[in-house]
Ligand binder design. Structure first.
Ligand SMILES: NC(=O)C1=CN([C@@H]2O[C@H](COP(=O)(O)OP(=O)(O)OC[C@H]3O[C@@H](n4cnc5c(N)ncnc54)[C@H](O)[C@@H]3O)[C@@H](O)[C@H]2O)C=CC1
Ligand SMILES: CC(=O)C(=O)O
Length: 304
């Protein structure tokens, strides 16, 4: 456990509770403070999660928005989730209002805090949180396409027969329907991914649809996704707390596009340290730009 690493989880629904459980198991934070507008939900989750306290050195309790604002890492999961067939972008009206009220209720936010957005549409909400929170942009991050990239690596790893962490491949852009797979830079052991016989003749569009459609598939079957994102977020918390400087595809402000999208970034204890300029071919670049223009139009409706 790293002494003094306090994490707030705002939103104690499926995603917030599962992230809290992953953090408990990870034993990296000193304390988790769970916050929700529905007090009974917080009480219930804390009682349930504290039954697992015997396997952890991390304490969990309910708290106020003000206390959350003073934590080292503030994870925002509060928000409506997609109904089957609903897109993430369609959540913006509801989740903008929730985010606005959460950020106002936490003010003044600790100046060194890292704000980690998870609620959807995560890229647009990250952009809005960068504007509303008053924190430097590198401290306001979205989980972005880290989860999509994990889905991609799993699928590739199982078709080639290597470990997932041997697959160097990213989903970039929107954590949503316009995301792109950066095929042109993807490799295993330095060999371009598409040179592997197992992948040489794949239908890239169909493959990409399976990755971007995985959340829809899970939501259709069980109503929500939460284990994958909890794994992603707890590993991001570890990276921040231990200043590990891993490279992850996260929602970050892209100067060139004037909006927030996922690109590979170096993550450390001060947040995003820098973006990695990944090679993209002209088709990938064009699709990314198209996605950025569409997202920026939505962002501009909410904050200038
Ligand atoms: N970025 C990603 O990869 C993923 C994002 N998500 C997103 O996470 C969000 C949460 O999903 P679930 O936990 O499944 O939903 P949920 O409905 O189980 O929980 C949402 C919680 O937010 C709370 N809430 C609403 N307004 C609030 C406010 N003003 N202050 C504090 N709490 C408030 C609700 O009371 C509820 O407990 C959704 O937007 C979902 O789309 C889900 C999975 C992956
Ligand atoms: C719900 C969501 O954003 C996901 O599982 O990718």
């Amino acid at each position: 456990m790293v002494f003094g690493s306090r994490v707030a989880v705002i939103g104690a629904g499926s995603v917030g509770a599962t992230i809290s459980y992953a953090l408990l198991i990870q034993k990296i934070s000193s304390e988790i403070i769970l916050v929700d507008i529905v007090e009974e939900v917080v009480q219930g989750q804390v009682l349930d999660l504290s039954d697992a306290n015997f396997i952890s050195s991390t304490q969990i309790r309910g708290g106020t928005f003000q206390e959350a604002g003073q934590c080292d890492i503030i994870i925002i999961t509060a928000g409506a989730k997609q109904k089957p067939t609903e897109t993430r972008v369609e959540l913006i009206e509801r989740n903008y209002k929730i985010l606005d009220s959460v950020i106002k209720s936490m003010q003044p936010i600790k100046s060194s805090a890292i704000l980690l957005l998870v609620a959807n549409p995560v890229d647009i909400l990250t952009y809005i949180a960068q504007k509303l929170s008053g924190l430097p942009k590198n401290q306001v991050i979205g989980s972005g396409t880290f989860l999509d990239s994990a889905r991609l690596r799993l699928k590739i790893a199982s078709s080639i027969g290597v470990a997932e962490n041997a697959v160097h491949a990213y989903v970039l852009g929107e954590h949503g329907d316009s995301q792109i797979i950066a095929w042109s830079s993807a490799h295993i052991g330095g060999k371009p991914l598409l040179d592997f016989p197992e992948l040489k003749n794949i239908d890239k569009d169909k493959f990409a649809k399976e990755i971007s459609g995985k959340a829809y598939e899970i939501i259709k079957l069980k109503g929500a996704t939460y284990f994958g994102i909890a794994g992603c977020v707890s590993s991001l918390v570890q990276c921040i707390v231990l200043n590990q400087k891993h490279v992850r595809p996260l929602s970050t402000f892209i100067e060139e596009y004037g909006c927030v999208l996922s690109m590979p970034v170096v993550l450390g204890s001060n947040g995003i340290e820098r973006m990695i300029e990944i090679h993209l071919d002209s088709d990938e670049r064009a699709k990314l730009k198209q996605s950025a223009v569409a997202l920026k139009q939505i962002c501009d409706k909410y904050v200038k």
